[in-house]
Design a protein around this ligand. Structure first.
Ligand code: AFP
Length: 324
C-alpha cells in the first residue's frame, strides 16, 4: 500500500498536542472536511460518466452560475460537518444564508467554505478545489448570522483541497502548513508535504491578462512589472493557481478593475482562508490597499481584490498600486 510508513491525516491529528492543533474538536472538523473531500473528489472524477456535469440553472449569492457539482459538494460538506458535532455554524458560497446549529447540537467551531472553487473548469476536466476557513466560537456566544462576520486574523485553521492529477489536502494552523495526498486505494490522506514554506524565489505570476484593459493605470503598471519579471501561469481555478504558487513560489493577482471595484473573489470563502495559509507559510495576502486578514467584513458574500503569494512581491505590487 502506498501510504505504508507515512503518517496519515488521522494519526497526525491524533497527536494534537503537537503542531498547534490543541483545541478540542478541531481534529474532528478537519476529518469531516477530509471525509467530505473524498466524496467530492469521487463525484468530480465520475461526473461525466454519471451525467452530473452542467448547471442547475440557478445563480448563487454572488451571481455566479451554479454548477450541479457546486450544489452537490455544498450538500456533502454541510452533511459531514454537521455530523461531526463540533460545528456551530457553516457559511457557504453557494448558500444565501448560513446554516446555524442551535443549542446543544452545535459545537465550538464556525466554518466558512467555498465547496467547489473553479466551476467554469469542471466541465473541461481542469483542476478545481474546495476551500475552508475555521474560526472558534467566542466564549459563551449564542451563534447568529453576525457570528460569521469574523476577521481573517481570528482564524484558528484553514484548509483547501485541490482535485488535480492527485488530490491534495493542505492544512494550515499557526506557523504550520502541511500537505496530505489522498491514497485512493486506502481512502486515507497521507502526509506528503511535511513543512510547506513558500520558496524565497518567486517564479510565477497568475492573473487574468484579458482584464488588463479594464485596470486603472497604477494596477496596470503593477501587473506589467510582474509580467516583465516572472513566467505566467493561470489555470482560472484559484485553488490550483494558489497551490502551484505556494509550492513553487509565485504571486496570484485578481485586482479591482473599472467595473469590479471590489474585485471578483469572495473575502470570507476564498481570500481569508488562502490568505491565512499563505501567511502561515511565510507569504502574504493583500487587497492592494490593506492586509486581507485585517478587513472587517460587512457581509458574508462580500468580494475583495486579492494579491496573494510571496511576501516581498506582494509588498512591491501593493506599493506600486498605492503609489497611484
Ligand atoms: P467559481 O468558484 O465561481 O467557479 O469561480 C472561480 C474563481 O472565483 C476563482 O477560482 C478563479 O481564480 C477566478 O474565479 C477566475 O476568474 P476569471 O475567469 O475572471 O479569470
Amino acid at each position: 500500500m502506498v501510504t505504508k510508513n507515512r503518517t496519515t491525516l488521522q494519526e497526525y491529528l491524533s497527536s494534537r498536542s503537537r503542531e498547534g492543533i490543541q483545541n478540542d474538536g478541531l481534529g474532528a472538523v478537519i476529518m469531516a472536511i477530509a471525509e467530505g473531500s473524498c466524496q467530492v473528489q469521487q463525484q468530480v472524477r465520475q461526473a461525466a460518466l454519471a451525467d452530473a456535469l452542467g448547471t442547475t440553472g440557478e445563480t448563487n449569492a454572488s451571481s455566479d452560475v451554479v454548477q450541479r457539482l457546486d450544489a452537490d459538494s455544498s450538500d456533502i460538506f454541510v452533511e459531514t460537518l454537521s455530523r461531526c458535532g463540533q460545528v456551530a455554524a457553516i457559511g457557504c458560497e453557494e448558500k444565501e444564508d448560513p446554516v446555524i446549529f442551535a443549542g446543544d447540537v452545535g459545537g465550538g467551531y464556525i466554518v466558512l467554505m467555498d465547496p467547489l472553487d473553479g466551476s467554469s473548469n469542471i466541465d473541461v476536466a481542469v483542476s478545481i478545489g474546495s476551500i475552508f476557513g475555521i474560526w472558534q466560537k467566542k466564549p459563551g456566544e449564542t451563534v447568529n448570522d453576525d457570528s460569521l462576520l469574523r476577521l481573517g486574523s481570528e482564524q484558528v485553521a484553514a484548509a483547501y483541497v485541490v482535485y488535480g492529477s492527485s488530490t491534495v489536502l493542505v492544512l494550515a494552523t499557526e506557523n504550520n502548513v502541511r500537505g496530505f495526498t489522498l491514497d485512493t486505494e486506502s481512502g486515507a490522506y497521507a502526509l506528503t508535504h511535511p513543512d510547506i514554506k513558500i520558496p524565497d524565489n518567486c517564479t510565477y505570476y497568475s492573473t487574468n491578462e484579458g482584464n488588463i484593459k479594464v485596470l486603472d493605470e497604477p494596477t496596470k503598471k503593477a501587473i506589467t512589472l510582474l509580467r516583465d519579471k516572472y513566467s505566467q501561469r493561470y489555470v482560472g481555478s484559484l485553488v490550483a493557481d494558489f497551490h502551484r504558487n505556494l509550492l513553487k513560489g509565485g504571486i496570484f493577482a485578481y485586482p479591482a478593475d473599472q467595473s469590479r471595484k471590489d474585485g471578483r473573489l469572495r473575502l470570507m470563502y476564498e481570500a481569508n482562508p488562502l490568505g491565512y495559509v499563505a501567511e502561515q507559510a511565510g507569504g502574504a495576502a493583500s487587497s492592494g490597499y490593506e492586509r486581507i486578514m485585517d478587513i472587517v467584513p460587512q457581509e458574508l458574500h462580500q468580494k475583495t481584490p486579492l494579491i496573494l503569494g510571496n511576501k516581498d512581491v506582494v509588498d512591491e505590487t501593493v506599493a506600486v498600486i498605492k503609489a497611484g
